[in-house]
Ligand binder design. Structure first.
Ligand SMILES: *Cc1c(COP(=O)(O)O)cnc(C)c1O
Length: 490
């Protein structure tokens, strides 16, 4: 399987690359991103054959169908990371919450959020490619919360890869910060920035574009790479759990083989939803994909009105911060798939230059054949958390946005899979507030209060964080980031 570029080829790069190239050097012509040239088809025979497969067996077959240039032994080693999830035989439990609403829990990995689903196996693949090529990579990450811990966790002590992770000091939850600053490995550097997430991200972008910085890296024979959410090495693992969840519904007797379902996804950068879109194109019986957002609702407007409008918008901080995103990067892959490279380049250039694009009527109706969307305000989300808890299910604020969309977006009474992207432990102050009305500012108090109210225990990986020694103590001004990173790699 070869990979091509969403905005066409500028003749200075290869027209097609293999998977390894697409993940190690993801830069594309005209600022585009890599997409598979074609998708394998998972017909009924494939799905039937996997009715009784465990997660890793299913994943192996799907990856095989993509025919990527990664050794089977490396793929196996990567998939073995799912053995570290709560239930090694089923890393993604699918739980019945209402008669026709099932929740696929994507948060049972080491950092308690869905980023582990893709980043855990991805870390093995990237590191083994780097070793095979005898190259050293530096991965730079700026995080507002979930990506940082998951990136550090996956690359911890892996050969030929170092990670420098920037986070806004005071801008993450206690659990998220502790997950980062208690990481103890010589190939990891965690840097607190005096400023907000935008400052951290802007500083990172400046650095990536800085000639002197790149010059100094190449003097040390270090290559830059990114583990961000447009990397296809992450997307490929996000196709698997959609198919797994569908098969789980059959196993649980919730649907008949071949019956269509809704996929209901809390969306930010659209990686999770894109995985569902590819699964649907490959043959999974999906009625529509429901895109749930918070008040940062650019995707709702895109899918309802065909307009992507960033002209008067600024990110509004919410209680579902992993979805506080306006430029949803993976949408580009859907545009490419539906409308081709030329049109994608035109639309994306308009977005870059004018902060706006509008689809034609025909284009919009094609988008609406696949997607439907709604958004959920923080206060509404809390009501869903509370009401659902009273029915016996505890969920986080990202997942709650899907419950609103479940009520407003379905045109047919079909079974719906809601994707739950974070455990209650990661956003505990909001949840404690939803359940009891109290206003804890510290995670530790909120965690205890939820555990008591719900009669559950705090998972050890979370409670232990508060006891672990803090090993990553660097906090600096953004002007000093370059110096700090150069010191780390020398
Ligand atoms: C990253 C994240 C999301 C958004 O996922 P995308 O693939 O970027 O759309 C939603 N919820 C949580 C908890 C996340 O960490």
């Amino acid at each position: 399987m070869m990979f091509i570029e969403t905005r066409g080829n500028d003749a200075t790069r290869p027209e097609k690359v293999r998977f390894s190239e697409a993940i190690l050097a993801p830069m594309c012509s005209f600022g585009g991103i890599y997409v598979p040239e074609s998708l394998p088809s998972l017909d009924q025979t494939f799905l039937k054959a996997h009715l009784d497969s465990d997660y890793k067996t299913l994943a192996r077959s799907i990856l095989e169908a993509f025919d990527i240039d990664i050794d089977a032994a490396v793929i196996d080693e990567a998939l073995n990371l799912y053995d570290g999830f709560d239930d090694p035989s089923n890393p993604v439990p699918v739980v019945k919450v209402m008669e026709d609403l099932y929740v696929a829990e994507l948060y049972h990995g080491p950092t308690r959020a869905f980023k582990d689903m893709a980043l855990q196996p991805f870390g093995v693949i990237l590191s083994s490619l780097a070793q095979a090529r005898d190259q050293d990579y530096l991965i730079l990450a700026a995080t507002s919360g979930d990506t940082g811990p998951a990136t550090l966790e996956t690359f911890k002590n892996r050969k030929n890869v170092r990670v420098a992770c920037l986070y806004p000091k005071g801008g993450t939850s206690d659990v998220q910060r502790l997950q980062m600053v208690t990481e103890d490995a010589t190939n990891l550097k965690v840097i607190g920035i005096r400023g907000d997430f935008d400052d951290a991200q802007t500083a990172l972008k400046t650095l990536l574009g800085s000639e002197s910085f790149n010059q100094k890296l190449s003097e040390k024979n270090i290559l830059l790479s990114a583990a961000n959410s447009v990397n296809f090495g992450r997307i490929i693992f996000q196709i698997v759990y959609h198919i797994h969840s569908y098969l789980e519904l059959i196993r649980q007797g919730a649907i008949e083989f071949g019956e269509k379902v809704y996929l209901d996804v809390p969306s930010g950068n659209f990686g999770n939803a894109l995985g569902g879109y590819y699964a649907m194109k490959m043959g999974l019986p999906v009625e529509k994909i429901i895109i749930a957002s918070n008040i940062n609702n650019v995707l709702t407007h895109l899918i309802k009105e065909g307009k992507y409008d960033l002209r008067d918008s600024a990110v509004i901080p919410t209680t579902s911060p992993a979805m506080d995103i306006l430029k949803s990067s993976n949408v580009e892959r859907v545009l490419f798939d539906l409308f081709g490279a030329e049109r994608t380049r035109e639309l994306m250039q308009q977005l870059d230059n004018e902060k706006f694009y509008k689809l034609s009527e025909t284009e919009l109706s094609r988008l609406q054949q696949i997607f439907t969307a709604d958004f959920c305000m923080d206060e509404e989300g809390k009501k869903y958390i509370r009401a659902t808890f009273e029915q016996g299910y505890l969920m986080d604020p990202h997942t709650a946005t899907c419950f609103k969309a479940y009520e407003t977006c379905r045109e047919k009474p079909l079974v719906t899979i809601v994707y739950s992207t974070a455990e209650w432990t990661k956003f505990s102050p909001t949840i404690a507030n939803a359940l009891t009305g109290e206003m804890d500012t510290h995670d530790q108090d909120a965690l205890k209060s939820i555990a008591k109210t719900a009669g559950i225990t705090i998972p050890a990986v979370v409670s232990e964080l508060f006891e672990k020694p803090i090993t990553q103590t660097t906090v600096i001004d953004k002007e000093d980031i370059e110096k700090e990173i150069l010191e780390f790699i020398s």
